[in-house]
Design a protein around this ligand. Structure first.
Ligand code: ADP
Length: 298
């Protein structure tokens, strides 16, 4: 049976300008290139799950503008169900990104439509209740994430929270999370005590996946299971969205009830394919690409 994944999260258009040097406050600099790149952690993780073979629905919001149309078109082309993505009277979410020749960047995110996802309607709650796994991040209002997680929990649906970008989490949200997915920076921000990060996070939630970039990923749960999985070795050209590729693939593997060690290895392969490919959403790997690297690294 195909893994049913519902993602509640953001969709943004990234507006990326390259420049010899980043502007100081009040300064104007001439850049040398410009691209628009669809992004937002919600949209990226939904695409990642769909490309990894999941049946994936995104719940989110875009603006009634050209970026909104482009974002929806890209999601549909990637196989994501978009019937529950609202179009609202607010600009689409954008990230204004300047990157200099040394790779240093400056980013302003204007959430726009994403901030308008302040309620969940009956059909959205029904979709969550019919899923195998709910995936959420923190780029839409946290009250909405908490309401989605509550609906999932009541229906016996696994709640996977990617706590990114890092921010304090309300207790009512934490109490509904089955699986917390964080990178090292997010783990540091959330862990309330020093020492082993996973142990500290297990004070908050029953299961933790910690991604470690080129070092792979670790898992821990309150039953005492601990796993460390190395990432396949790739020549990394662009790690943008590697965490999203990992999240989407892990959600699919978890929904398929694969053993945790396999799910981790498969998701690490997804993150590694993405890190070894230029681009963000366009670098999110397909099922076949993930399986190839997964098989090669066995
Ligand atoms: P984020 O992108 O959220 O900061 P990480 O950097 O931890 O997250 O990357 C997520 C996953 O992507 C890692 O767990 C790993 O599986 C894979 N990955 C990231 N960078 C590399 C790399 N340089 N080589 C191989 N795999 C990588």
């Amino acid at each position: 049976m195909t893994a049913r994944i519902v993602v509640v999260g953001s969709a943004n258009m990234d507006l990326v300008a390259t420049t010899p040097a980043l502007p100081a406050p009040g300064q104007t600099v001439l850049g040398h290139g410009f691209t628009t790149v669809p992004g937002g952690k919600g949209a990226n993780q939904a695409l990642a799950a769909a490309r990894a073979g999941g049946d994936c629905t995104l719940i989110g919001a875009v603006g009634d503008d050209a970026f909104g149309t482009d974002l929806l078109t890209g999601l549909r082309a990637g196989g994501v169900r978009t019937a529950l993505v609202r179009t609202v009277a607010e600009p689409s979410g954008v990230a204004l990104i300047a990157v200099d020749d040394a790779g240093e960047n400056q980013i302003v995110v204007a959430p726009g439509a994403n901030a308008r996802l302040t309620d969940l309607r009956a059909e959205e709650l029904a979709a969550i209740g019919a899923a195998d796994v709910l995936v959420a991040q923190l780029e839409v209002p946290v009250e909405t994430v908490a309401a989605a997680a509550r609906a999932a929990r009541e229906a016996g649906v696994t709640v996977m929270l990617n706590a990114a970008p890092a921010r304090p989490l309300p207790a009512d949200l934490l109490s509904t999370v089955d699986l917390l997915l964080v990178n090292e920076g997010e783990a540091r921000a959330l862990a309330q005590r020093r020492g082993d990060r996973i142990d500290a996070l297990l004070d908050l939630v029953p299961r933790v996946v910690l991604t470690l970039g080129a070092k792979g990923a670790s898992y821990g749960d309150r039953d005492g299971l601990r796993l460390d999985v190395p990432a396949p070795v790739v020549s990394a050209v662009d790690t943008t969205a590697a965490g999203d590729a990992f999240a989407g693939a892990f959600a699919v593997a978890w929904a398929e009830s694969r053993p945790v060690a396999d799910a981790l290895r498969w998701a690490c392969a997804a993150g590694a394919v993405c890190a070894g490919t230029l681009g963000a959403a366009s670098a999110l790997p397909t099922f076949t690409q993930i399986d190839e690297l997964y098989g090669a690294s066995a």
